[in-house]
Design a protein around this ligand. Structure first.
Ligand code: FES
Length: 107
């Protein structure tokens, strides 16, 4: 089962920007890459660091803690299948933006 969380308008990043969003106890980051929104859980699968200050190169985010890089589109670590960050689907409806969450997230 999934839940749809409506993203507040002021949390929708403009092109090239990112925003932080807390839903329940979980932290998420939203990235706008060339008018496409990507949402990841803001917790590195390596040792839990925040990606907020990570360097973004196209759809690749680099963790600021130890430099591992992950693809925003599928969460996979670049050049390895060892680690994967959690990504969320994004839906647009009537000019509103929704994050599709697993039922385990308490919104
Ligand atoms: S905590 Fe992200 S690479 Fe180590």
């Amino acid at each position: 089962m999934s839940l749809h969380f409506e993203v507040p308008q002021d949390k929708i990043p403009s092109v090239g920007q990112r925003s932080f969003l807390k839903i329940g106890e979980q932290a998420f980051l939203l990235f706008n890459v060339d008018h496409h929104l990507y949402v990841i859980e803001d917790q590195c699968p390596h040792q839990g660091a925040s990606f907020f200050s990570g360097k973004l190169d196209g759809c690749t985010i680099q963790c600021p803690a130890h430099g591992l890089r992950f693809n925003l589109t599928d969460g996979c670590m670049v050049n390895s299948a060892l680690l994967k960050l959690k990504t969320c689907a994004v839906e647009h409806k009537d000019e509103r933006v929704y994050i599709v969450l697993d039922s385990e997230v308490q919104a």
